[in-house]
Design a protein around this ligand. Structure first.
Ligand SMILES: *[C@@H]1O[C@H](CO)[C@@H](O)[C@H](O)[C@H]1NC(C)=O
Ligand SMILES: *[C@@H]1O[C@H](CO)[C@@H](O)[C@H](O)[C@H]1NC(C)=O
Ligand SMILES: *[C@@H]1O[C@H](CO)[C@@H](O)[C@H](O)[C@H]1NC(C)=O
Ligand SMILES: *[C@@H]1O[C@H](CO)[C@@H](O)[C@H](O)[C@H]1NC(C)=O
Length: 384
């Protein structure tokens, strides 16, 4: 095509020049041929260099000499590539600002394979990581992992692990305090830097997957609603924690409660990270026995995007033993009957239809449950 354009331009040129009799037509023909040959040779040479470069490096890295036609793509790639290292030195303020860049054009001008970001909010080690390794195995293009642990914690994952170098810059996060919400926003913000991440699931070190990767992935990708626990509790642990000083932003009928373990889509992830309207109110007027991490996101999201909320979580937990904390399961608890009971048909709504699959994850499992979980994973949880 390039050749044709050049020839026709040359043709126009030559007719003008012939009229003015500056250049004899024979020289012009020769020059045209020369230009055509030159361009052809250039294209061929670029192609050969590109082809052999790809072969030489086994298709893994980018070609060293890029052909001129791919230039535009590389320019775009700079924008769509996730950062090479998760250990950046941006402050939260810088990070949150950067994370909220969002394209205004709906259609992506490149092939975008949406991923699920699995965000682990932990104190330090991930004792159930061997189970998760099996869960992730073989689905490398479809997930990314982020870990927020106590600052100073040195993870010792091998380079072959899916958790290797997946730590993000972390700060102390205390249960029931705003620092916990800060950590969750920090996880979301870091995960938002990768444009392929479409769903964002918050997990802890005591969480386990209940289904194989395929089911989990499809369940999230096909959902119209984000999974955030959100309900109106009229009692002392619900509305009783409301402080009228935030009435301008949140009135008592809008006050919501829900466990912190969410799975949200990209739109809500950006809403959470970019919020500057509700954050100061919850920071100042929902302190200590208010347990801000149970109210801030559910309330804010229900006010701003009620139509995007499933109002339920996908993380199963057992409150049946009573008390301030849900049950923690130990080695002796994890039997075939127990896992079957968790997986047993329940009913909930999924995309406005009754569904028997309501939970994708479960907590709280202590480190010594690893062995029985690995044993039952192939038959009950569906991954080897
Ligand atoms: C971050 O690191 C870069 C170079 O690695 C340095 O130039 C910059 O000053 C650092 N910024 C902060 C806020 O530490
Ligand atoms: C997941 O789905 C893909 C294609 O749909 C299939 O090739 C693969 O075997 C599935 N994996 C599991 C663990 O079911
Ligand atoms: C709370 O705010 C909502 C929405 O603005 C409004 O419809 C409702 O009447 C308010 N309730 C009270 C008790 O002020
Ligand atoms: C979740 O709750 C909000 C407000 O409380 C409501 O508008 C929305 O329809 C609910 N979502 C679903 C899926 O029922």
């Amino acid at each position: 095509m390039q050749d044709r354009v050049l020839t026709s331009e040359d043709g126009k040129d030559s007719s003008q020049r012939t009229q003015s009799r500056v250049f004899p037509s024979r020289i012009l023909k020769f020059l045209t041929l020369f230009v055509v040959l030159g361009v052809g040779f250039c294209v061929l040479a670029t192609y050969i260099t590109w082809y052999f470069n790809l072969r030489a490096i086994g298709f893994h890295a980018l070609p060293v000499i890029k052909p001129c036609v791919v230039e535009e793509q590389s320019e775009l790639r700079r924008w769509i590539k996730p950062p090479p290292s998760l250990m950046h030195n941006m402050s939260d303020e810088e990070l949150f600002w950067r994370a909220c860049f969002a394209p205004q054009v709906q259609k992506y001008p490149f092939k975008r394979v949406p991923k699920v970001a699995f965000m682990f909010l932990t104190r330090g080690p991930l004792p159930l990581s061997p189970l998760w390794e099996k869960f992730f195995k073989g689905h490398e293009e479809l997930y990314s992992i982020y870990i927020h642990s106590l600052p100073g914690y040195q993870p010792n994952f091998l380079p072959s692990s899916v958790f290797y170098k997946r730590q993000i810059p972390s700060k102390v996060a205390e249960w029931g305090k705003m620092s916990m919400c800060d950590a969750e926003r920090r996880l979301l913000a870091n995960a938002l830097l990768d444009l392929s991440n479409e769903w964002f699931a918050l997990l802890s070190e005591s969480c386990i997957p209940l289904y194989n990767f395929n089911i989990t992935y499809q369940y999230l990708m096909r959902s119209r609603y984000s999974f955030v626990g959100s309900f109106d509790d009229p009692g002392p642990h619900g509305r009783g924690r409301y402080n009228p000083r935030m009435t301008r932003e949140v009135n008592i009928t809008q006050w919501r409660k829900g466990a912190q373990w969410f799975a949200v889509n990209r739109k809500l992830a950006i809403d959470i990270v970019s919020d500057a309207k509700y954050y100061p109110k919850f920071r100042d007027f929902c302190r200590s026995s208010c347990y801000v991490d149970e109210h801030y996101f559910p309330t804010m999201l229900t006010i701003e995007s009620p139509h995007l909320m499933a109002n339920r979580t996908v993380t199963w937990v057992d409150w049946s033993r009573g008390g301030a904390h849900p049950a923690t399961f130990g080695r002796a608890d994890v039997t075939e009957a127990f896992l079957k009971k968790i997986l047993k048909r329940k009913s909930c709504f999924y995309n406005d239809q009754p569904s028997s699959v309501c939970f994708l994850f479960a907590r709280k499992f202590s480190p010594n449950t690893l062995e029985p979980l690995l044993q039952f994973a192939p038959s009950l949880l569906g991954f080897k």
